[in-house]
Ligand binder design. Structure first.
Ligand SMILES: C[S@@+](CC[C@H](N)C(=O)[O-])C[C@H]1O[C@@H](n2cnc3c(N)ncnc32)[C@H](O)[C@@H]1O
Length: 288
């Protein structure tokens, strides 16, 4: 039986959306109230709560508060993604940015890529496939680290499993499917060599300190999540990326996202469909 929907009053929406924003930076405008209402009604049913006031109380105090935040983020985040999403941009990564970077790192042979807000892993695995086919037999000479992070534990569990439905591979070229996946006709399982290249970890983009603990990255992908943030949160996230990106590193964002108006620490690399940015050198401080 489908549980009945529990309606959310305006004050309840305002309290809940503030709690969500404070924890994650995700901004729910009023027009999206129905998403919270529909996605969380079922959870209230599971917890045998009668209304959203009780749910807000649960999130605000009590021993299960942390667990409930996780449960809530698993439900309210939009995890839409796919392998080879936005192929024009990925071409820029593979054919332009990556060769330059490989040359720049030819001495250390060490490359670090962070896919921030990676959802079910399709994006970091795509980057791993691109690296794998670019390096070919040279792979074993390199130390490659690809980290996929997300706030949703549910999405990360799917990522770690490496097993996908036909929906996830809908924009994947057939040659890639044949080379890197096996299928039982229904599910598509990613090959072990690619899965081994990526590690996953829960990370909330709101947590600047945790981001800094990971060291410096050569490439950061953060696509299709800034759209859920307001300018303040975007600025915090972009500043963090700037702090943890190597001086010659590159940031890729989603095709409908803009950072020009919120930061002067990056400049756009002039490639059509690239949506990629390089760090500007920090302004020199003049001696007094
Ligand atoms: C639409 S998906 C984008 C996935 C992938 N980057 C892509 O472009 O295909 C957005 C992801 O951002 C994650 N997300 C939202 N807020 C976040 C936060 N504060 N910290 C980390 N991840 C977050 C969601 O859980 C979701 O998986």
């Amino acid at each position: 039986m489908t549980p009945s929907r529990i309606s959310m009053t305006q004050p309840q929406f305002e309290k809940l959306s503030k709690i969500i924003y404070d924890r994650s930076g995700i901004h729910f405008p009023e027009a999206k109230k129905y998403i919270l209402e529909s996605r969380l009604s079922h959870r209230l049913g599971e917890l045998e709560l009668e209304n959203f006031d009780q749910y807000i109380a649960l999130l605000s105090m009590g021993p299960y508060q942390q667990d409930e935040f996780q449960e809530m983020f698993n439900r309210i985040t939009i995890n839409e993604t796919s392998f080879f999403r936005n192929d024009a941009q990925l071409d820029v990564f593979e054919k332009q940015v990556l060769p330059e970077l490989l040359e720049a790192r030819a001495r250390t042979k060490r490359l670090r890529i962070w896919s921030a807000a990676c959802s079910t892993g399709d994006e970091p695995y795509t980057l791993a496939i691109q690296l794998h086919r670019t390096l070919g037999v040279r792979m074993s000479d390199w130390t490659i680290e690809i980290l996929g992070t997300d706030i949703s534990e549910r999405a990360l569990n799917i990522a770690s499993e490496g097993k996908y439905t036909s929906y996830s591979i809908r924009t994947t070229p057939k040659t890639v499917l044949d080379r890197y996946f096996t299928t039982d006709g229904r599910n598509f399982t990613l090959s072990e060599d690619i899965r081994r290249m990526v590690t996953f970890e829960k990370h909330n983009l709101k947590d600047r300190l945790a981001a800094k603990r990971h060291g410096t990255w050569d490439i950061i992908f953060c696509r299709n999540v800034l759209i859920y943030f307001d300018d303040d949160m975007k600025r915090q996230v972009i500043n963090t990326f700037c702090d943890v990106l190597a001086p010659d590193g590159t940031l890729f964002i989603g095709h409908s996202e803009r950072i020009k108006d919120i930061t002067d620490r990056f400049e756009q690399i002039p490639v059509p469909q690239g949506f990629c940015y390089r760090k500007l050198a920090a302004p020199m401080k003049l001696a007094a």
